[in-house]
Design a protein around this ligand. Structure first.
Ligand code: FES
Length: 197
């Protein structure tokens, strides 16, 4: 499977509901074509989204303040992949910048980097030079070949310069990216509806 096909397969785009969501839905396809967010999306300070619309094991991209945002529905298997490789990570406890970008982070949710572990919400831009990383969730090389290391725990691969992130979007040692994928302020308005920003 080519990298382009992989990108298409992995990036499922979802329309969000609510006022912020309407802006996201209206601009999500043009974003793919031009990478230029519409002015109304840039103006939206918050984006609402129902995480229940993301199927188990899948990733969608929405927009918040003109930025692409990953929403991943992590299965119990994916959550298990968060553990066991701290020695591979530059910042396993998300200590570098999360104090300012994610006030909701606690000692309990720090490794999951999410208020509800099953739903990871993170800025979809590599912290090296801003490319959108590819979601490669299954561990090992069987599906991804040598684009990932033999001890790949699953996560993201940035094709631009090879940065790697685990399934909590924590950057892996040796990557040119300096930081984990950025988090942002968000909260749950109901069981499954979040407002970002
Ligand atoms: S932009 Fe991702 S590795 Fe350079």
């Amino acid at each position: 499977m080519s990298e382009t096909d992989q990108t298409r397969r992995n990036f499922l785009f979802a329309a969000a509901g609510g006022m912020g969501g309407i802006a996201a839905a209206a601009t999500v396809v043009p974003f793919i074509g031009s990478m230029l967010p519409a002015a109304d999306t840039l103006a939206a300070a918050t984006t609402e989204f129902d995480v229940a619309t993301v199927e188990a094991g899948q990733l969608v991209v929405i927009q918040w303040q003109g930025k692409p945002v990953f929403v991943v529905h992590r299965t119990p298997e994916l959550l298990k992949q968060v553990d066991g490789h701290d020695a591979m990570l530059k910042d396993p406890n998300s200590e570098a910048i999360e104090a300012v970008s994610a006030e909701w982070i606690t000692p309990e949710n720090r490794k999951y980097r999410a208020i509800k572990p099953e739903y990871l919400i993170t800025v979809a831009s590599c912290t090296h030079l801003g490319c959108i990383p590819l979601f490669k969730p299954s561990p090992g090389r069987a599906e991804w070949g040598d684009s990932v290391p033999e001890d790949w725990p699953g996560g993201w691969h940035c094709p631009c310069h090879g940065s790697l992130y685990d399934v909590s979007a924590r950057v892996i040692n040796g990557s040119p990216a300096p930081h984990n994928l950025h988090l942002m302020p968000y909260k749950y308005l109901s069981e499954t509806r979040v407002v970002i920003g």
